[in-house]
Design a binder for this molecule. Structure first.
Ligand code: CUA
Length: 359
């Protein structure tokens, strides 16, 4: 008669089978859990850095401050609600649990007074939160009269920046005087983008065919990182920009330099011939500008050498990065309108030197 195998025997046989233990090490599940826990902890702690460029809880200007204050007020109210509700639930679970197999806890159904209370209290809370919310919305809408006027147009994938009153045009960086509001008028040339400088103001969509005003202000001089916050196609992730808050005198000096025209390359030089390809889409004041009314397709290059970044705020403005970009634009920025012109090393070197001289 064959021996009857009990489940314990099978378990033991399984645990002693090298083929099984090799595939399922005893502590594998624990390792996986530990790795997942450590990963989640790392992600959570990464949010604690105060210096992080995208930390909207470390506001650097009055607009972002009001938004952060409103957020924190709502957050702490929500946190209190969470603690009270979860606390009551845990209390009820513990206090009214089934204590033995043959005893069924007291069964109840409905409590009019309680139900009225938990309907009215949240309604009052929401109404209470609505007051500062609506107040802040009205407070932050529109611009102050003395604000510096800036027009920003979103393009796939770069930022056109115009100062209509100052007659300055640049790209991918917005200079503003520190301590003074700037009124940014936002629109888009193609699809919906979103203008976001976390330390200066919340996100604002840029919609084709519409203009939306957003006031920003930086209390202290500094560089504030911004990015497109609305998925807008292939290179959305590298559509970046910077807001540079200057001391007022430095801002005026910057405007003075930006208003000057560029000097053209030597006539009949090879550089001039190469540059012609660029001028089909880019303006360089003093060299070539599109006729009035003709929309530009690429960033104004009149003072490209003075900018901190190139390629939609994605690359540092260094000779090396500029050469990398000119060698094969679609490879650096997928979907880029600028094609690969198959320039020779010499042409690239000449172009880099010329573009760097446009300061
Ligand atoms: Cu522009 Cu995303």
């Amino acid at each position: 008669m064959p021996a009857v195998r009990r489940p314990d025997d099978e378990l033991a046989a399984c645990a002693n089978n090298p083929a099984v233990t090799r595939r399922f090490p005893a502590n594998r599940a624990r390792v996986v859990r530990l790795v997942l826990f450590a990963g989640a902890l790392a992600i959570l702690l990464a949010a604690c850095s105060q210096d992080y460029d995208y930390n909207s809880l470390a506001p650097q200007g009055p607009v972002a401050e009001k938004q952060a204050d409103l957020y924190l007020l709502t957050f702490w109210i929500a946190a209190a609600v969470f603690v009270i509700v979860e606390g009551l639930m845990l209390f009820a679970l513990f206090r009214f649990r089934r204590r033995s197999d043959d005893e069924v806890p007291k069964q109840v159904h409905g409590n009019t007074r309680l139900e009225i209370a938990w309907t009215i209290v949240p309604a009052l809370l929401l109404a209470g939160v609505a007051v500062p919310t609506i107040g802040t919305i009205f407070d932050l809408s529109g611009c102050d009269g003395d604000a510096v006027q800036v027009e920003v147009v979103g393009h796939q994938w770069w930022w056109e920046v115009n100062y209509p009153e100052l007659e300055v045009t640049t790209a991918n960086e917005i200079h503003i005087p520190a301590g003074r509001p700037a009124c940014v008028t936002l629109t888009s040339d193609d699809v919906i983008h979103s203008f976001w400088v976390p330390r200066l103001a919340g996100k604002q969509d840029m919609v084709p065919g519409r203009t939306i005003e957003l006031q920003i202000e930086a209390t202290e001089p500094g560089v504030y990182q911004g990015e497109c916050a609305e998925y807008c196609g292939l290179s959305h992730g590298i559509m970046l920009f910077q807001v540079i808050a200057d001391q007022p005198a430095a801002f005026d000096a910057w405007v003075g330099r930006q208003r000057q025209a560029a000097s053209p390359p030597a006539p009949d030089s090879e550089l001039q011939a190469t540059l012609q390809q660029c001028l089909a889409c880019h303006a360089i004041r003093g060299v070539s500008e599109p006729p009035p009314g003709v929309p530009i397709k690429g960033p104004d290059l009149t003072h490209v050498g003075s900018r901190r970044t190139i390629v939609g705020g994605w690359l540092e403005n260094t000779p090396r990065e500029l050469a990398r970009w000119l060698r094969n634009p679609p490879r650096v920025k997928p979907g880029s309108l600028m094609p690969n012109y198959r320039l020779t090393d010499e042409q690239i070197e000449d172009l880099v030197a010329y573009l760097r001289s446009l300061r």
